[in-house]
Design a binder for this molecule. Structure first.
Ligand code: DQA
Length: 140
């Protein structure tokens, strides 16, 4: 069975009520239920944390496990975290970077991603569909 883990960073637990003009009105929990129904042959795991080190710990945990891939939205840590970039570099499981918004047409400080060079690829700007496309990327 295909196995995929989704790791979300800070403030993504507020999806649905956070800056809805940018991030939409759907909660991640609702979206995740739909995703699991759409891909019955994929075993999904999900982890969200507002804490940088916890994200590093999860990358290390899933990074040497028997998984097709890791879908990672590090949220604001994308633009600041050398620790998360180093963890991606260190692990074996491929990581696809995901962003709900198009970070390249927002504030300048969002234009830099420390993780892009170490990811298999990046999917940005398609709303929550970015996660769907990332799932597809591990199945094709
Ligand atoms: C985000 C974009 C980041 O710049 C921001 O800090 C987030 C969410 C996105 O999915 O669009 O929290 O990663």
């Amino acid at each position: 069975m295909d196995k995929i883990v989704i790791i979300n960073g800070p403030n993504l637990n507020l999806l649905g009520k956070r800056e809805t003009a940018i991030y939409g009105t759907e909660t991640f929990e609702d979206f995740f239920l739909k995703l699991k129904n759409e891909y019955p042959n994929v075993a999904f795991s999900y982890f969200q944390s507002n804490i940088e080190g916890e994200i590093v710990n999860k990358l290390q945990e899933f990074g040497f496990a028997d998984y097709n891939g890791i879908i990672l939205n590090p949220a604001a840590y994308t633009h600041t975290s050398i620790a998360i970039a180093d963890a991606i570099k260190a692990i074996k499981t491929p990581v696809v970077e995901v962003h709900i918004s198009n970070i390249t047409n927002r504030e300048k400080y969002r234009h830099t991603s420390y993780i892009t060079p170490f990811c298999k690829g990046s999917i940005i700007g398609f709303g929550l569909n970015s996660y769907r496309l990332a799932v597809e990327s591990f199945l094709i």
